[in-house]
Design a protein around this ligand. Structure first.
Ligand SMILES: Nc1nc2c(ncn2[C@@H]2O[C@H](COP(=O)(O)OP(=O)(O)OP(=O)(O)O)[C@@H](O)[C@H]2O)c(=O)[nH]1
Ligand SMILES: [Mg+2]
Ligand SMILES: [Zn+2]
Length: 360
């Protein structure tokens, strides 16, 4: 039992921490001391429209027992929108050396997508137990030439896991990669007392099912936070041709050889770039998608596209402004009604933690 004066002093103290999970209007904040507080957001922050997402560095006031109120949010170093996570330091792209086999074009697409986040991209190849050392070396050399020397690991034999632990220390990392490559298995191996649901490889494509439901930053035993993301099969490329060129290390590293600032590095006379690198064909392939995307964006910005036709039976068609999708979406009744009990119990479901753990 806390005495009355202790409660009163804690009500005024400010503490800092990191948001590790968000659901509806509740935020799980991990304090610098390691303790966790279940927080709401101060009315003042709501009024000025401040959003709070996982990874945010926050200041908490009025904390008492396991509850608190977020009073301020620090400026973000980086921001990921799907899933929403702030202050990400690195994307760890996970592929499997087998089951499923690496498709180079797909790997390239994931790498380009990861580069688009604007943070450090680290490549990890799991399931090294499934191929020979000679075959492993071929991949190491090949991907190093792409600009991504990979870290080979196996969650089954533990090979490479110590290196991975060191690499992830003290950073906020987001895992990305195909379904079934072993992202959840990696997290389970990195954080032995955390039970994630690991699915068996199944289905026609010999890939695991989508089993990861909840965005959550997990604390690594040696410091640092890591988030699993639901596996996705084909990341869409949403960048301009200029951005695309900056997402290829092979191009970035030799751009001094090109005298144009807006060059596509195709066949332009005067572009002195070396094109004899393996992924040049991938680049040409993605360039077409990027050009289409840029055109679409330009079309959407045209004034006539700000309006949509509305047809009502019996009347002439009228024009009305298009709604910005997110801004006007009302929260569902389910999320409005979601209470604290539901939040903690869903956290418990996903993390296998019980009330005892929350009190620690
Ligand atoms: N041989 C081998 N299999 C592994 C290894 N790591 C994971 N697996 C298996 O790969 C399958 C998929 O693993 P998950 O951890 O569920 O993969 P995931 O990337 O989280 O999949 P999603 O949640 O669907 O995105 C499971 O059957 C694991 O047992 C490994 O190092 N070697
Ligand atoms: Mg998973
Ligand atoms: Zn050029």
């Amino acid at each position: 039992m806390l005495c009355k004066s202790a409660v009163l002093s804690s009500l005024n103290d400010l503490v800092t921490g990191t948001v590790v999970a968000v659901q509806a209007n509740f935020y799980m904040v991990q304090l610098t001391t390691g303790r966790r507080l279940l927080c709401t957001k101060r009315e003042k922050l709501k009024k000025i429209g401040t959003t709070v997402i996982a990874g945010d560095a926050v200041t908490v006031s009025d904390w008492q027992g396991e509850r608190g109120a977020i009073v301020s949010v620090a400026n973000r170093r980086s921001e990921l929108d799907r899933p929403p996570i702030a202050n990400v330091d690195a994307v760890l792209l996970v592929f499997a050396l087998a089951e499923p086999e690496i498709e180079p074009l797909t790997l390239s697409k994931f790498l380009v997508k990861a580069e688009g986040v604007g943070v450090n991209v680290q490549l990890c190849l799991n399931k090294s137990d499934l191929i020979s050392v000679a075959e492993q070396q071929v991949w190491v050399d090949r991907l190093a030439a792409w600009g991504y020397p990979p870290l080979l690991v196996s969650t089954h034999t533990n090979d490479g896991m110590e290196m991975l632990r060191q690499q992830l220390q003290n950073q906020i990392t987001v895992l990305a990669g195909h379904s079934g490559v072993g992202k959840s298995s990696l997290i389970a191996a990195l954080i032995p007392d955390l039970h994630l649901r690991v699915a068996a490889v199944s289905g026609k494509l010999n890939r695991g099912r989508h089993t990861t439901r909840h965005v959550e930053l997990f604390e690594l035993p040696n410091g640092g936070l890591i988030a699993d993301t639901p596996g996705f099969n084909q990341p869409d490329l949403t960048c301009t041709p200029i951005e695309l060129a900056s997402y290829f290390p092979e191009l970035r590293n030799q751009h001094v050889n090109c005298q144009f600032s807006d060059c596509r590095h195709e066949d332009e006379p005067g572009c002195g770039l070396d094109r004899t690198w393996e992924r040049y064909e991938h680049y040409r392939n993605f360039l077409l998608i990027a050009q289409q995307w840029e055109q679409q964006q330009a079309q959407q910005r045209q004034p006539e596209n700000q309006w949509k036709q509305r047809h009502q039976s019996g009347t002439a068609a009228t024009l009305e402004p298009r709604l910005a999708a997110k801004q006007f979406r009302r929260p569902s009744r389910r999320s409005q009604n979601q209470d604290l009990t539901e939040f903690t119990s869903s956290l418990n479901d996903d993390l296998d933690i019980n009330d005892q753990d929350l009190e620690d």
